[in-house]
Design a binder for this molecule. Structure first.
Ligand code: TRP
Length: 337
């Protein structure tokens, strides 16, 4: 039997190049060798978008289209809508007893996000606890491998702590520990050069962006403010165009040549931007075409079948969990009228 893999994305918007390089590329390869599940994490997305549920629901289909258009094959990968698997919520409630508030408050990714979102003292409890719900995602589907970016490592660690605690406490081995699979480039810088490429910061190139928008974003990219004239020597470190060329250009020798010339002086930003634009247009054109060929009904059917299959597995795991915890309540009344 193939090992199970699980990953997920919050459907807060269309997926972008950061997702492509950080995890989609990995998933396209992994689906050949593993039993892969991908969770469209609409419940987790609500933890910081509870005021805008329509947006999350609309984006479920958009994210699924992104998966299919980059080459996630629904015959090899099970795509699941998180909110349609209520067992995740049930398992989360049981796990919450196995985690302390102290542990949750030390999670570096959550700490950073709380700061970034400006929650200060008013952190929604659902948001604060989402790593526990992510542990439920992973273990409910019995995943042993989780391909993610390095910001998700604390979630994997938290999951394994819960697994060990659960198995020890209830004298069982029904839950499995998991391992992260990190990709080569786990963080792609945003076009502004300031932080990680992100939909909410508006500094990302979406996989579905039209050609003119791609070009416009490439030409907006932060380069080297000290490189005023083409003849000036330029800096490659911190230069967004070169970060993207490193990540996406398929001739790394050509990139090394461009870098050497740029550092010496004599190479204008327009030249490197044109080169990046060419390579991104080539990468994204077939993805956009595939996306345009997908109709909503077909995508919904894929989501429906994936979720159905996952629901079966969820029921099996929950049965084992309840048995291990001795939650096997039986009614002793005759309620047949
Ligand atoms: N937290 C992940 C992110 O923001 C999304 C996610 C939800 C996830 N459930 C998961 C990732 C389970 C891996 C496994 O990208």
């Amino acid at each position: 039997m193939k090992k199970k893999i699980l990953t997920g994305d919050r459907p807060t918007g269309k997926l972008h190049l950061g997702h492509y390089i950080g995890s989609l590329q990995n998933r396209i390869k992994l689906q050949n060798d593993y039993d892969q599940y991908i969770l469209v994490a609409d419940v987790q997305a609500l933890t910081d978008h509870f005021d805008d549920p329509e947006k999350i629901t609309e984006n479920i289909i958009e994210v699924a289209k992104d998966y299919l258009s980059v080459g996630i094959n629904p015959n090899q990968t099970t795509i699941v809508v998180q909110s349609q698997i209520p067992e995740i919520a049930e398992l989360t409630v049981y796990y919450l007893n196995l985690v302390t508030v102290g542990q949750l408050s030390r999670n570096p990714t959550v700490k950073y996000e709380i700061h970034q979102k400006g929650y200060n003292e008013a952190v929604p409890a659902g948001f604060f606890c989402y790593p526990v719900s992510q542990a439920a995602d992973i273990t409910l589907f019995q995943a042993e491998l989780v391909p993610v970016g390095d910001d998700q490592l604390p979630m994997i660690e938290q999951t394994n702590e819960i697994v060990r605690r659960f198995n020890r406490l209830y004298h069982t081995n029904v839950l499995k520990e998991c391992k992260a699979i990190l990709s080569k480039t786990s963080r792609l810088v945003g076009i502004d050069g300031r932080s990680k490429s992100s939909k909410s910061l508006g500094n990302a190139i979406a996989l579905s962006d039209p050609p003119a928008v791609i070009k416009q974003k490439v030409f907006q990219m932060y380069t080297d403010p000290g490189h005023v004239k083409a003849s000036d020597p330029g800096r490659v470190e911190g230069n967004v165009v070169f970060s993207y060329l490193d990540a996406f250009h398929n001739d790394q020798e050509a990139v090394a040549d461009l870098k050497a010339q740029y550092k010496r002086g004599g190479l204008g930003d327009v030249v490197i931007k044109n080169s990046l634009n060419d390579c991104l247009q080539l990468l994204l054109e077939p993805i956009r075409e595939k996306r345009n060929s997908l109709d909503n009904k077909m995508v919904e059917e894929i989501l429906y079948h994936g979720t159905e299959k996952a629901a079966q597995l969820a029921k099996e795991t929950m049965k084992m969990v309840r048995e291990a915890m001795c939650i096997q309540f039986v009614w002793h009344i005759n309620n047949t009228k």
